[in-house]
Design a protein around this ligand. Structure first.
Ligand code: BEZ
Length: 211
């Protein structure tokens, strides 16, 4: 199944390292990151899961829950968690789905047969409080993900959900943002009292409005 931005994130019930989870009930109106890794006891995945565990407080600050997935079984996930803590210094502090029958991997299109027909690729889905998919990312098995980038996109998504702004290339929380073209100059003056600079008629920048 191809999942596109704006689609409802399909619900599922799964066995995880933190018990049986109904995805929509578990996220309960919060943001969520669902991410797959190809296989347990593999080097890149080991570093990724430690990195996500280290960022738990950052995800929580953004009211965002995190859930991992691989097609290996629960006992394998549990054994591997010891290695992840040893190597990275961070104990996995979020549920890991055991998708041995690949039901969820198939539901989310996480297996790309031309890359590998048994393992999931490195997929990331950011799902909003409304259960709609806000971001999809797909990385190959050989490239570990940058989870600071995932946090950066969540910052942008949360900001742009509440203000008529967009964020420019490489934007980070605290930097100037772009007023969307749907807002007239007259409206922009009212809505953005800190003022704006029109670099071009269609490119007006203003300080981040919620700071
Ligand atoms: C890894 O996480 O290192 C990995 C996983 C699957 C294939 C290749 C590398």
């Amino acid at each position: 199944m191809t999942i596109r931005l704006g689609d409802e994130a399909p619900n599922f019930v799964a066995d995880t390292t933190e018990g049986r989870i109904d995805f929509h009930q578990w996220k309960a109106g919060k943001w969520a990151v669902l991410f797959s890794h190809p296989k347990d006891f593999t080097p890149v995945c080991t570093t990724e899961l430690g990195a996500v565990a280290a960022l738990k407080a950052e995800f929580e600050k953004r009211s965002c829950k995190v859930i991992g997935l691989s097609v290996d079984p629960l006992d394998s996930h549990r054994k591997w968690e010891g290695d992840i803590a040893d190597v990275t210094g961070h104990r996995v502090n979020f549920p890991m789905i055991a998708d041995s029958d690949r039901k969820i991997s198939d539901l989310y299109g996480m297996i790309h047969p031309n890359a590998n027909d048994t393992m999931t690729v490195r997929s990331v889905f950011v799902v909003g409080p409304d259960n709609k998919v806000k971001l999809t990312l797909t990385y190959p098995a050989s490239t570990g993900r940058n989870f600071d980038e995932v946090l950066r996109v969540i910052d942008s998504l949360q900001l742009t959900a509440n203000y008529s702004v967009a964020t420019p290339a490489d934007w980070k929380h605290g930097q100037a943002v772009i007023i969307t073209t749907a807002v007239s100059d007259e409206d922009a003056k009212k809505r953005f009292p800190k003022g704006y600079v029109a670099k071009k008629p269609y490119l007006r920048v203003t300080p981040q409005p919620n700071l």
